[in-house]
Structure formats: C-alpha cells, structure tokens
Design a protein. Structure first.
Length: 318
C-alpha cells in the first residue's frame, strides 16, 4: 500500500470529497480558484451595480434594471482567484512521541496530506516547509497543478522514514523560513503551522507577525498525544479545563526524558500527575491566549481522533 493510500484511504477520500476551505477573504492573484480576488473583472461573480460613465463596456449594462430605475447601471464583478497555502511542519524529536498511527508526526503528516489534497483540488497553490530546531530540513515550493500532490507525498515519505536527531536549540520555526518567504514571495498566503508547540511559542508568533506584513493569514494546528493531555467531552463540547484518565496515565515510577533536550528526571507519576496536568492546562491557556492576541486561528488535533473531525471543523461545516 502506498503512503498516499495509507494517509488518505478510500473511505476518507469519499468523506472529504465535497470539502472546501476558504483561506482568505481577498487575494490579489488573478488565477482562477475558490477565493475572491481584489481586482475587478468582467466575468465570474457579480458584486454590485454602479452608475454608467462614458467608457464603460456596454455589454455590462443591466438593461432591465436600468429601464426600471430610469438610469443606466452597469454590473461590477469580482474575480475568483487562487490562494497560496504554505504549510510549516514541525519534525522535531518531540513530534515522534506515540505509537505508529497515533504518533504525533504521523498524524501531522496525514493532516498535511489531506489539507494539500483538498487545497490543490480546489485550485489553490500549496507549498511545504519541514523544520526542526533552527533548521529547515526539507521543503517543497508552492505549485498549483494536481500532480504536485505526489511531490508533497514524496517529501512526507522521506521525513517519516528519517527521524530527525535531537537539536539542543529549542524547536522553533527558524529564521531561514523568513528568508524563504521573501524569496518565494509568500505575500497574500495562508500560513499553516503544524506542531506540538513544546517550545517558546512566542518566538513563533513573532515570526508569524512578521509574515503578516506580507498580508498573510496564519493558522495553528496543535498536535496533542492523549497521554500528554486528553480533555473531557461533554456532549459535543470539549472541556479543556478537565481531563480524562487517559492523560498522563503512567502507573510506575521511572525516568521521564525530554526528547528535545535529552534531560531526564526520576519521578513517581502518581505523585506528579496532578501538578503536571495543572501546568499543561496553564500552558494551553497561554498558547490559546497568545494566538488570539496575535489574531491567529488556533485548532487542535488529538492524535487518536479521526482526522476528518479536525478538517470539517476547520472548514466550518460542523
């Protein structure tokens, strides 16, 4: 079975077949796609009427409305244009936590595969940057053609097979990403950052704030393993202030090692569980508040949840 079939099996593809994402309200591109362009055009979507002035194309005159109102009115249109989505994928060692299908990095790769498939199908350009620590470890420049999905899948396969070595510098989107943004002209793009955010996330927000000067829109997808934290569910509402027993469910004392720094501590999970969960809730609150203050949309992905739940939530169809 190919990686593409593993990440997007046939049943999942059927579920996502009609899904679309509205990434930006107005983009400058004149290429046809799903999004409204800011330039006026002579085709596609009607916007409004305006008074006729000499030089206007007579073919745009709305003769029925003009006759009824006894004044000449012409139709104005907006173009639908393609948007560009740049996906930033964290491949740092902490993203390798978990077992196979619920491993954070595996689930993140499935998110990249499905997001890029949907976006390319609706006519948008998609690029991918894989980073770890202060380094860009792989990248795929943005393209629009449907076959570009194969290039993205090849990149994901390379990085699923190669586990990035520990980098003692904190995992954060590197300065090199800013350089790539300038070279590849990410203006008017949607930036999608996929990470477990187990680092100084304020540095990431600073980078995203700099990218916003290029008229970008940012989205955070937070990968969480249920052992790290599992919120309680009340009806259809997720209660992040309460956790289930699945969170930090270790039963025996042992060494807990940081995958990012390699530092280890000997601890009794029963004795530290309460403090750990309280600190994690505080960390979540700070992350969400920082995202809100930076006008960045935040969403989460519990790695043993079905990927379609996040995708439908992101599309606004739930």
């Amino acid at each position: 079975m190919s990686l593409r079939d593993t990440l997007i099996p046939g049943e999942l593809e059927k579920q996502l077949a009609g899904l679309t994402f509205q990434l930006t309200g107005s983009v400058r591109s004149r290429v046809l796609g799903q999004h409204q362009g800011s330039s006026a055009g002579s085709s596609l979507e009607f916007a409004k009427h305006k008074e006729y002035v000499p030089g206007d194309d007579l073919r745009t005159v709305n003769w029925k409305v003009s006759a009824r109102l006894n004044r000449m009115l012409v139709k104005q249109f907006v173009q639908e244009a393609s948007s560009t989505a740049m996906i930033l994928l964290d491949a740092s060692p902490s993203m390798q936590f978990g077992e196979e299908s619920d491993r954070k990095f595996f689930k993140a790769c499935q998110l990249v595969a499905t997001l890029s498939w949907i976006l390319l199908r609706q006519g948008d350009r998609v690029g991918l940057v894989v980073f770890s620590g202060n380094k860009v470890v792989d990248r795929v420049p943005a393209q629009q053609i449907a076959s570009h999905h194969l290039v993205i899948m090849e990149c994901l396969e390379r990085n699923l097979l190669t586990r990035v070595q520990r980098d003692n510098s904190s995992s954060k989107p590197p300065e090199a990403i800013m350089q790539i943004a300038q070279i590849e002209r990410w203006a008017d793009s949607s930036i999608m950052l996929i990470s477990d955010f187990l680092f100084d996330f304020e540095r990431s927000f600073k980078m995203l704030s700099e990218l916003r000067k290029l008229n970008t829109t940012s989205f955070l997808f937070h990968m969480i393993h249920p052992t790290e934290y599992y919120p309680s569910i009340r009806g259809e509402r997720v209660d992040w202030t309460r956790n289930t027993e699945a969170a930090f469910n270790f039963s025996r004392a042992g060494r807990f090692r940081s995958p990012e720094t390699g530092q280890a501590v000997l601890a009794d999970p029963g004795a530290v569980r309460r403090e750990y969960l309280e600190r994690y809730r505080q960390y979540l609150a700070e992350l969400k508040q920082a995202a809100s203050e930076s006008m960045i949309r935040y969403d989460h992905m519990i790695t043993n949840d079905p990927i379609e739940s996040l995708l439908f939530r992101f599309s606004g169809q739930v």
